[in-house]
Each structure stands twice: as structure tokens, then as C-alpha cells.
Design a protein around this ligand. Structure first.
Ligand SMILES: [Zn+2]
Length: 650
């Protein structure tokens, strides 16, 4: 592996910038002239308080990146060329910037443009204001990301499965891409994009866009080119670089991952084509070409991220029996909800996640049958009810679907209210109007708003125009405004099937009376059934009963990470010492925020028994975790960073 010296890299980048700009200016047509520029919504509820951009004055519509990945310095550097659309009298364009090192800003002909980085906000970063001449239509920014850029996780060879090569991946949602791409980082400002990515020879770069040329390797580096012609919200620009190999799964799907994980990943993802077919039947054509996935190293903080054409996945979904693949149905469903029709601001995150959670269950039903789907609905209701409790009870303002995030991080809206209350809302409408009518409306929603930003008020207007159509009885029955604007769960909630888990719920009652399911019964149960059982048990179990469960089913070291997590949650609540080695191993082998945040938080808030364990494990785990995960956990004051207030339960 060879990395350029800083001076050589700078010189080369300056040459490239000059070539790129003049090449493009000489071209007969702008790069994406054929693609329509996506609209900017002008209503007050579409104003994104998490971006400094003023898109109604001047907005980015295409981004062309030419970047070199420097693993030694842990920085990405090069050029971003932005094509802009502007009012004739606009004096400046404002971009989002969080810690970028800006070297120069020029226009399309290479003439310097004045720029100013404004005061830094902890959540948002800084405005980057660039002065516009009357004829400026293109801006070239030479820059580098900071070594601590929050969107980027740099892994040492030891942190990968293969142990030989370094690894890099990005995570843009919600507002992290401004740490490595200087653009208007708002979901309401859709942009087409292209990228040339230079990495050390031998490594492979993949992005959330099709390749636009075959990779070239020479002089110690490999060069990859990508191009996304559809306009996307900029949080969906994503990259992974590592020792990656590809295995096809079907005619339009496949998986990238490290060679050591390729066979297991491909086997787990064998149902992908069936899921795409099912999703298309429900929601219309898949509009992104290929559906590939990259299975990342274990420190990826999320289950999955719906980056277009290339879903990013945690390896923790690999259970060996395809029992956790509803995660794929979820990320795939985002190809419609979220990626085609996108929340214009993070206050309407439920439009991305609630719709996707609803659609996930429908895809799961089509592929795995109605019983599995009914169970997922029931588990969803459990999660929704827990989220109501965690967010201040039925009158808590954060239990509304349309959120008020003023002065807050968009991550505050990342709760099961958006996911599960949102899904329950849509299912309630489905049950009220009948599946056939609802499906026709939802399919129409995606085609009416494809490649566009949407808000809760656009959703309400669309459903009134195209589904309710003046039926005042139906309007009253649905209670739409109450669902989106009021806290808590409206009384018209379509209930989950009470028989969905009849056998398991019976076993929970029997357990309270001292009985325990036989190992044969446990083995027969699906993952959802096991999860229902474990999450329905009283939290403070006597340790002898946990020992009995663990002995019978091997839970502390279960290969299914969801089941393992559910048991370790009980173990921490009950101060069950024999599970501690397995707990430590679990916290050190993966960094999925859904798993590590609640476990470490529960340990840390148990001052006498748990906190010393949390302190010991976090000191070792912290270097393995993603910046997104670390930012949350550092607030627990366990050491390793600046301490802050203790997290509220979320
Ligand atoms: Zn999602």
C-alpha cells in the first residue's frame, strides 16, 4: 500500500481541479442536463432548521467529487464541483460545513470566489458562505475532511475480518455528510452526483451509485468512478473502501463484503430477489437499477442504511438461518419510502421510517406469509408502547409524529415513535379503508412524489385528495390530524392480532408460575417468538431462573444477536454475574448502537454493580465504536472523553 506525500497530493489535486473545471466548461452540455432538477419546497414547514442553506436564493443541484482517500492521515481530500441554480440577484450561496479544511473556492473558470466560514454550532457545524458573481453557475471547492470527521469511520486492519487491510466507511444520515462533502446538506435539496475516488492499490471503493467506468490501477493507486443520475437527498451519498469482493445474488442484486464473510453473507441474503419482486408488486417499479448490499465490519452503528443501489448492512444480521432478514426488507422498502419520496426536514422523519416500517411488514408478508407478518406487527406495537413510555408518556411532546426539533439534534427524532407509531398509523388507515384501496393510494403516493421532498402537510393533502375524497365519515374515522399532531396513540388504532403469539404468551404466563418451555419448543420457535418471550418476562428475574434459561437454550452466547441482546438485557437488569463474560464479548465484537447503547447505559446507571463493569468495558470498546455511537455513550461519563450529562432513556 502506498500513500502520497502531502505535497504531491496537493499538486496533483490542483492540476485535477484545473482540468476538471475546464473539461466540464468546454463540454457541450452540462453533465446532468437531461435529469430534471428536483423542486425546493417553499412552505414554512419545509424550512430545514438543520441546514444553513437558503435554497430558495441559491441551491446546489449537482455535485462532482474528485477525492483521494488517505488512510495514514485519516482524511479525504480533493475537489467538489457544485452546479448551482440561483436567483439572478443572489449575492451568495450558503453551504453546510462541519470541520472541513477549505483550501480554495473558485468559479467554473478558475477565478477565485470569496468565502467565509461562519460561527460553529455544536450540532449543525458552520455555514460556508460563498460570494457569487452575476454569472456564477459552478463552484469548485478544494478541501480536506478533518481527521475526526463524524461521517467517516477509519478502521485499522485489526478491526476488520481479514486483518490485513484498513477500511473506511461513511454514514451520512442525518446531518453528518457535511463533515466530508461541502454541499447543502438538507434532505429537501436533492442533488444528482458523481465521484472519482482514489484509494491505495489493492483496495476497492464502492458507493451508493452505479460505477460509471471500469476501475483503473496504476502508480500505487486504484481509481473508481461512480455516477448517480437520479437526484437524491445528500445524506444518501455514501462510500466504503476496503478489501471487498462481490458475489451476485440474482439478476439485479449482489453483495460486497470482505472475502472472509462473503459466503455467509450471500447465503443469508438468498431471498433478496424475491423481496425486490414482492416490493415492486406492492409499490411499483424499482427505480434505481441494481440493488446491491455491502456487509460492513461490526462497528457499523446501525442495522442498515438505505444508501441507493447499495444498502449498507451490519454483519450482526447474519444468524446463519435467514431469521433476521426482515432488515433487508426494511432497507429495500426505503427504495420507495425515503429515497423516492423523502422527508423534507427531520421533523417529518416518520414519513421515511414509519412508511418503511409499514412496507417492511407487507414485503415480509408477501415473502414469508401472514403469520410472520402478524407477529411483526405485534412486536411493533410492543416497541411503540415502550417508546411512548420512554418519551414522556402519552402526553409527551416527542410522541407526536410531526416533531418539534428546534435547537435539537435530528437524532432526537430517531425513536420508535417515527418507526412504529408511524407504521401503526398507516396500518390503521389500511384496516379502515381496506387493503386494496390503501395499496392503490400508497403506490400512487410514491409515483406522485417520486424524487421529491415531502412533508406531513403534503401527506395529509394527498391522502385527502386521493383516498378520502370528501368522505366526511371516513375523515372522522381516520383521525388523521390527531395521529400526526397530537401526542400518544389515538383510540382508533388498529390492534395487533391478539392471537399472533398465543402459544408464546401462554408460555410467558406459565413461566411466571414456575414452568419453562422445553428445549424442543424453544428450538421450534421463530426468532420473533423467542424475542416475544424474552421481552415479555418481568425485568427483575431471580438469577436462578436466568441460569436455568441460559443452561437450557444457550442464550448468553446465542448466535442470533437479537436473541442474545434480549437475554443480556435481562441479565443486566437482574445483576446476573455469570453472563458478564458473554456480555463483555458482545460489547467488544460489534458496535451496533441499538445493542450497545441500552446495555452500556443500563450498566452505567447501576452505580454499585453495573458502573464498574461499564467503565471497564467501555475503555476497551470505545476505540472500536463509530463516532455516532461514541458521541452518545461519552455522555455517560465513563471516561475516554469529555464528560457530559447522563443520557435520558431513548
Ligand atoms: Zn429505516
Amino acid at each position: 500500500m502506498k500513500l502520497w506525500s502531502r505535497a504531491a497530493m496537493l499538486a496533483a489535486m490542483m492540476m485535477l481541479a484545473a482540468c476538471r473545471v475546464s473539461d466540464q466548461d468546454n463540454a457541450a452540455q452540462p453533465a446532468n442536463e437531461t435529469a430534471a432538477i428536483a423542486p425546493i419546497l417553499a412552505t414554512p414547514d419545509a424550512n430545514d432548521i438543520h441546514s444553513f442553506a437558503r435554497p430558495l436564493e441559491a441551491r446546489v443541484h449537482h455535485v462532482a467529487l474528485d477525492l483521494t482517500v488517505d488512510f495514514d492521515a485519516k482524511r479525504i481530500g480533493g475537489t467538489a464541483i457544485l452546479d448551482i441554480d440561483r436567483k439572478p440577484d443572489a449575492k451568495e450561496i450558503v453551504l453546510d460545513d462541519k470541520g472541513l479544511e477549505i483550501e480554495s473556492v473558485t468559479d467554473g473558470s478558475g477565478k477565485a470566489l470569496a468565502f467565509k466560514v461562519g460561527a460553529k454550532d455544536e450540532n449543525l457545524g458552520s455555514p460556508l458562505a460563498i460570494a457569487l458573481a452575476p454569472d456564477t453557475r459552478r463552484i469548485a471547492i478544494r478541501y480536506k475532511s478533518a481527521p475526526g470527521a463524524e461521517a467517516l469511520q477509519w478502521l485499522t486492519p485489526e478491526q476488520t475480518a481479514g486483518k490485513k487491510h484498513p477500511y473506511l466507511f461513511s454514514q451520512g444520515q442525518a446531518i453528518l455528510n457535511r463533515t466530508w462533502i461541502p454541499t447543502q446538506d438538507s434532505p429537501g435539496i436533492r442533488q444528482s452526483w458523481e465521484a472519482t475516488i482514489r484509494v491505495p492499490a489493492g483496495l476497492t471503493a464502492v458507493m451508493s451509485a452505479p460505477r460509471s467506468a471500469e476501475p483503473i490501477t496504476q502508480g500505487g493507486e486504484s481509481v473508481f468512478k461512480f455516477r448517480m443520475d437520479n437526484s437524491v437527498p445528500p445524506y444518501l451519498i455514501a462510500m466504503a473502501v476496503g478489501d471487498l469482493e462481490f458475489e451476485p445474488l440474482g439478476p439485479r442484486s449482489g453483495v460486497w463484503t470482505e472475502p472472509a464473510m462473503l459466503k455467509a453473507a450471500a447465503a443469508e441474503l438468498a431471498d433478496t430477489e424475491r423481496m425486490i419482486d414482492a416490493a415492486e408488486k406492492l409499490y411499483g417499479p424499482y427505480r434505481w437499477g441494481r440493488y446491491d448490499m455491502v456487509v460492513l465490519p461490526p462497528s457499523f452503528p446501525f442495522g442498515g442504511m438505505e444508501n441507493p443501489t447499495l444498502t449498507f448492512l451490519t454483519p450482526t444480521f447474519i444468524a446463519g438461518d435467514k431469521s433476521l432478514t426482515s432488515l433487508i426488507a426494511h432497507e429495500l422498502a426505503h427504495s420507495w419510502s425515503g429515497n423516492l419520496a423523502t422527508n423534507a426536514t427531520w421533523a417529518d422523519f416518520w414519513l421515511n421510517e414509519g412508511m418503511t416500517t409499514y412496507a417492511t411488514t407487507r414485503i415480509v408478508e408477501a415473502v414469508y406469509g401472514p403469520k410472520v407478518a402478524a407477529q411483526q406487527v405485534a412486536l411493533g406495537h410492543d416497541a411503540m408502547n415502550a417508546a411512548i413510555v420512554d418519551n414522556g408518556g402519552p402526553s409527551g411532546p416527542d410522541t407526536r409524529l410531526h416533531l418539534d426539533l428546534k435547537g435539537r439534534s435530528p437524532d432526537d427524532g430517531l425513536t420508535d415513535i417515527a418507526y412504529e407509531k408511524g407504521a401503526a398509523f398507516l396500518r390503521t388507515i389500511e384496516v379502515a379503508v381496506g387493503r386494496e384501496r390503501f395499496d392503490a393510494w400508497l403506490k400512487g403516493w410514491f409515483s406522485r412524489h417520486m424524487f421529491e421532498p415531502v412533508t406531513t402537510s403534503i401527506f395529509l393533502a394527498d391522502i385527502r385528495d386521493n383516498l378520502i375524497k370528501g368522505d366526511s365519515g371516513l375523515e372522522t374515522k381516520l383521525a388523521l390530524d390527531q395521529w400526526v399532531s397530537q401526542p400518544g396513540i389515538p383510540a382508533n388504532l388498529a390492534p395487533a392480532d391478539p392471537q399472533a403469539f398465543a402459544e408464546v404468551d401462554g408460555a410467558v404466563t406459565a413461566f411466571k408460575n414456575g414452568a419453562q418451555p422445553s428445549p424442543e419448543v424453544w428450538k421450534r420457535w421463530t426468532t420473533d417468538e423467542k424475542l416475544r418471550f424474552l421481552t415479555r418476562l418481568d425485568k427483575k428475574q431471580p438469577t436462578a431462573r436466568l441460569a436455568s434459561l441460559d443452561r437450557a437454550y444457550g442464550l448468553a452466547n446465542a448466535g442470533n444477536n437479537e436473541v442474545r441482546f434480549a437475554f443480556l438485557t435481562l441479565a443486566v437488569a437482574a445483576r446476573y454475574d455469570p453472563a458478564i463474560p458473554a456480555l463483555e464479548q458482545f460489547l467488544l465484537m460489534q458496535g451496533r448502537r441499538k445493542f450497545v447503547r441500552p446495555l452500556i447505559t443500563a450498566l452505567a446507571t447501576d452505580a454499585t454493580w453495573g458502573r464498574p463493569i461499564a467503565t471497564r468495558v467501555y475503555a476497551r470498546a470505545r476505540p472500536l465504536y463509530h463516532p455516532v455511537t461514541i458521541r452518545d455513550l461519552d455522555k455517560l461519563g465513563l471516561g475516554g472523553a469529555v464528560t457530559g450529562q447522563v443520557l435520558t432513556a431513548k
